[in-house]
Design a protein around this ligand. Structure first.
Ligand code: HAM
Length: 434
């Protein structure tokens, strides 16, 4: 006998059903409109890449590359190693290089993307194996005003989807560059070696490959030791210090509130200079970073391309939605049906069908019953769908060429002629019509 089918989505993945899928569309639409104002254009790259794109770009010693990638061989001869994208930056930079999007001396290129990413992580609230990101990348811009513009865009996005500034924490730091970071890295490695006995196995193991990750270790003993470690902030070269201070100056001038966090290191190796993260406590546990990013001026060279400054961010959809819900917004608040056309009985179904079609043709989101439900249950359904107006048609109304409109907020009822129904409904919805 065949074994029982396991009709469940794989661990760490989730079907995105309505209303979550509606929220995803709302967020991507908001991003489309807002990002376009900042000059961004959409880009779609493959969901998988040659594995090397990520090992080189993100770094062999990162958790993402060493533990979390979905890597497989294709059926070629010889087979190629491919990896489901764990993030979008490496792919966008690979595509920019392949298509020579930033020829030497060319203008800045701004690209954004929205879609699923894959990391084999331990699933928990706000942490999935397939999760959804909206990201933006700016290539060719070296000046600190670009960093500030990008951070501002992320901040404005969250505000636009209803996360108030007072509920967010923007952390920023500078990771230095190839002039000042190597010496600092050695210093931290030496510091960890000096405190090896008190620190966890993982931090000790990473001391050669990625000592800065020790700042992110959750082990209380490591945290305690790392709180006394030297800070890169105090060791930046003059150029990096100047850049960092100019970024802060631009943020100050816009009134974007930030907190300097000298231990913010982020989990990807490509960063140079500015890094940032936005955290929200409401609705989230330990996975409280709803988005983050930074500058990666050497990434294009990792791919053997020409030196090209770059910077970007990605925001996590699942965590952003959890925060929105905890703060009283979220998917339920996003309007779907505006008008529900209810019928008193089946004898008026023709008139109902015409009215609901005319409303949709005029741009109104209208819904009606197709199941012969009672008037009471149609009103319940209208409520459930969030309709702001219910139009009621019965034999009496149809005979008189009229329709009854009920404003679901004020509960007021008016009767209007059928020919005025669309404009009266628009007026109730607060819209201006020609
Ligand atoms: P990241 O910090 O790895 O950066 O991810 C960005 C956001 O994606 C996180 O802040 C979080 O909200 C969300 N996220 C990450 N992993 C998961 C997960 N397993 N489950 C749910 N949400 C998750 C990047 O990916 C960089 N590419 C950002 C960037 C763009 N830097 C420069 N340009």
């Amino acid at each position: 006998m065949a074994s029982q089918m396991n009709a469940r989505a794989p661990k760490g993945t989730a079907d995105m059903l309505p209303p979550t899928a509606r929220a995803w569309e709302h967020l991507t639409r908001t991003a489309q409109e807002l990002f376009a104002r900042y000059g961004y254009e959409p880009v779609y790259t493959p969901l998988f890449e040659n594995t090397e794109v990520f090992t080189r770009g993100i770094g062999e010693a990162t958790d993402i590359v060493s533990k979390e990638m979905y890597t497989f061989l294709d059926k070629g001869n010889p087979p190629r190693s491919l990896t489901l994208r764990p993030e979008g930056t490496a792919s966008v930079v690979r595509a920019a290089l392949e298509h020579n999007l930033i020829p030497s001396g060319g203008p800045v290129v701004k690209l954004y993307y929205a879609g699923p990413m894959f990391r084999y992580e331990r699933p928990q609230k706000g942490r999935m194996r397939q999760f959804w990101q909206i990201g933006a990348e700016m290539l060719g811009a070296a000046e600190p005003s670009a960093d500030a513009e990008l951070i501002t865009l992320l901040w404005r996005f969250y505000e636009a989807v209803g996360i108030p500034a007072s509920s967010m924490r923007l952390l920023i730091n500078s990771m230095g560059d190839e002039t000042c970071r190597p010496a600092y890295r050695d210093k931290i490695a030496a510091y960890i070696r000096d405190h090896a006995d008190g620190m966890c196995e993982e931090c000790n193991r990473r001391v050669e490959t990625n000592p800065l990750r020790a700042f992110d270790c959750k082990n209380p003993a490591c945290k305690e030791i790392m709180s006394g470690a030297p800070l890169l902030r105090d060791e930046l070269c003059d150029e990096c210090a100047e850049h960092y201070s100019a970024v802060k100056g631009h943020l100050d001038s816009l009134g974007i509130p930030y907190v300097e966090d000298p231990s913010l290191v982020r989990g990807l190796d490509y960063y140079t200079r500015t890094v940032f993260e936005v955290q929200v406590d409401a609705g989230l546990g330990s996975q409280n970073a709803i988005g983050g990013g930074g500058r990666y001026d050497r990434l294009m060279q990792e791919y053997d391309g020409p030196p090209t400054p770059g910077l970007g961010f990605a925001l996590g959809f699942e965590r952003t939605l959890l925060a929105m819900e905890a703060l009283g917004g979220g998917a339920e608040g996003i309007a779907k049906t505006e008008v529900y056309v209810a019928r008193v009985d089946g004898s008026v179904s023709g008139a109902v069908f015409s009215l609901v079609s005319a409303l949709r043709d005029s741009g109104v989101a209208a819904e009606t019953d197709h199941q012969g439900r009672s008037l009471k249950s149609q009103f319940k359904q209208a409520d459930r769908l969030g309709a702001r107006v219910v139009a009621v048609l019965g034999p009496d109304e149809v005979a008189a060429g009229q329709v009854k409109l009920r404003d679901m907020t004020s509960k007021e009822e008016t009767t209007v002629s059928m020919s005025e129904a669309a404009s009266a409904i628009s007026a109730l919805l607060g819209r201006q019509r020609d």
